[in-house]
Design a protein around this ligand. Sequence first.
Ligand code: GN1
Ligand code: MG
Length: 369
Amino acid sequence: MANYPEAKLQEISKQFQIYGEILHAETCKIGHINETYTATYLQGGIQVRYIHQKINQTVFKNPVAVMENLMRVTLHIRAKLEAQSARDITRKSLTVVPTKSGRSFYHDGDGEHWRTFVFVENAKTFESAETPEQAFQAGKAFGNFQKTLVDLPGDRLHETIPDFHNTRKRFIALQKAIAADHCNRAQNAAREIEFALKQEPLVDVLLQAQARGDIPERITHNDTKFNNVMLDNHTGEDLCVVDLDTVMPGIVHNDFGDMVRTTASPTLEDEPDLSRVQMRLPMFEALARGYLSNAGEFLSPAERSYLAFSGKLITFTIGIRFLTDYLLGDTYFRVHRPDHNLDRCRTQFRLVECIAEQEDAMQRLVDQI
Ligand code: GN1
Ligand code: MG
């Protein structure tokens, strides 16, 4: 364990209902937002792993609301699995380990919020989809997630990040960042800025469809990156989806669109060689088949009709968020190299172009399923 986390993780490890002693912990590098550790404990004579995670409060201003949503959602999924007499439930939904006083998180002396999950063993996440079968499993997993939450009882979930996928607001934030150009970076991103501003006609399409009442609000995941699906090491089947902080009211298109963004191309989100970025139709078809195998049960025809478009729109939206963060000096997304956010933005914009070229074919595929 590195210095700061060692003392801290010793402290954290004592707060939760874990009946063992911590042996070591490693930083988990997946994700641009929260701080995550995989911790190994000696418990009853065998080694058991848990996830400890510190919630990023700059991004999630109300961590208590995040945890309330997360508990409602995971307990609902668990209750359904139990009702089906499912086995291996702690691998089929995230399981929060409560603190010794029974709370879902530990509020430390520095004002930070920590939570602990059971580690899902014998499962992996992947940064990009290697086979159509994997894309199918991802679609199926997020389709099942939405389907399971269709009947979540109680109040509307908290909006953990208001206007998270509101493309108009994201576009305005970009325009402001361009105008201010605090870091003197606009010149370096001139082509990307030009591309972004030209796409303005896309910005309101789904917002208007929702405002007209054509597409309904549902409970959605809102961060459906392919690497947020755990696949079983042996069978390759989906087990559960992770990263539940942005589960909140939303439209299904943001979920489906972000799956397209992160499975369609063989490249990573920050691929510097743009000639490698592609929209692979067989991947898209498998993804859509997997998704509709579950979501097909509740989606309306109007919702279906925007599925191909949603891939293009969310890829554009995430692209302008990377661009805005680049212009603002990389204050939101963790970066690992100079111009990292600009590279991420370029890759998204190239993918937007690739999707636009095949959008009609994509929608035809959806219509045939
Ligand atoms: C962030 O936390 P992580 O890395 O899974 C971001 C998503 C972006 C994604 C891009 C709360 O997700 O919206 O799509 O980066 N999450 C938040 O990789 O902003
Ligand atoms: Mg996330």
